[in-house]
Ligand binder design. Structure first.
Ligand SMILES: Cc1cc2nc3c(=O)[nH]c(=O)nc-3n(C[C@H](O)[C@H](O)[C@H](O)COP(=O)(O)O)c2cc1C
Length: 279
């Protein structure tokens, strides 16, 4: 039986589903819309979503799971512009627990990020146990302390990007020696987003998911910060992830810290003009 079914009694042959299908699974003939290359279907749900008479059903997509469309874009360009500008990295967190329900909302919306071939291959690890966050931070600080020493010993020949980062690497370790967390900045929660490394698009998929979480977090009054330290360190030394249960073959593609911000931003800085070429 096909995953996609068309109620031919309801169908008005507008062909919206045929046009919307990214994989050309549907086609129309004299008897109505037909399902053709079913094996190509990636269950994106566009066929169901665009049908004006709700004649299309997809076995994999629970009808109640569809969000009814609002009139217009749902958010004004001005509000969206503001939200995007008002999202700032948070590195100063209040000592306040983040309720699990709020974190669940971040994960929930992350699922709706675009993924190549609608793969939805990202997985999440939410570390809420502060002792585990601290332990991970300490491992990372030691990693960066060692890296800084290695780089210093190797003299001038190190790549420009690493040279620029040396200060941070050293500081991470120095802060650790003073009992401070410069890696996660005392955040109560760390979320890792990982996926199988075999999929070349998994990095994009995970990062869009991260961005969804960042934006939803802002709306929920939470502060976040992307953490590149963890990702780069785990690439150099996978043992850093020991005990976290990351599945074999998976790579950490996204990492964010989450918590309630301690302070408030009163203004949002400008950015450099875009380097853009028009053709
Ligand atoms: C790939 C990437 C890695 C980052 N890694 C870190 C990090 O390890 N620690 C940190 O404090 N901020 C990190 N950031 C945050 C950037 O420093 C921040 O986005 C940038 O300074 C712009 O500030 P804003 O996010 O407040 O607009 C990272 C951002 C990106 C995109």
């Amino acid at each position: 039986m096909s995953n996609i079914s068309i109620d031919q009694n309801k169908c008005i042959l507008c062909e919206a589903c045929i046009e919307a299908c990214p994989r050309h699974v549907l086609f129309g003939d004299h008897s109505g819309v037909q399902v053709h290359y079913e094996e190509q279907c990636m269950a994106c749900g566009h066929c169901v979503a665009v049908c004006p008479v709700n004649a299309v059903k997809h076995q994999e997509l629970e009808p109640n799971g569809f969000l009814p469309a609002r009139e217009g874009a749902g958010v004004s360009p001005e509000d969206l512009y503001y939200s995007l500008r008002a999202r700032r990295s948070c590195r100063v967190y209040a000592t306040k627990e983040v309720p699990r329900e709020l974190l669940e909302r971040l994960i929930d919306i992350a699922r709706f990020a675009p993924t190549g071939r609608n793969w939805q291959d990202f997985e999440f690890l939410v570390i809420r146990d502060k002792s585990k966050v601290d332990k991970l931070s300490q491992k990372l600080a030691i990693h960066y302390g060692n890296l800084a020493k290695e780089l210093e010993a190797s003299g001038e020949g190190i790549p420009y990007y690493l040279k620029k980062a040396m200060y941070s690497f050293r500081k991470n370790y120095e802060f650790f020696l003073q009992g401070k967390d410069r890696i996660f900045r005392g955040a109560p929660v760390v979320i890792l987003v990982h996926a199988h490394a075999d999929n070349p698009e998994s990095v994009d998929n995970c990062l869009y998911a991260v961005f969804h979480m960042l934006m939803m977090a802002e709306a929920l009054g939470l502060g976040t910060c992307i953490n590149g330290f963890l990702i780069r360190a785990a690439e150099r030394d996978p043992e850093i992830l020991e005990g976290l249960g990351i599945p074999e073959g998976h790579k950490i593609q996204g990492c964010i810290t989450v918590g309630f911000p301690k302070s408030k931003f009163h203004r949002f800085p400008p950015r450099r003009p875009a380097k853009v070429r028009w053709m």
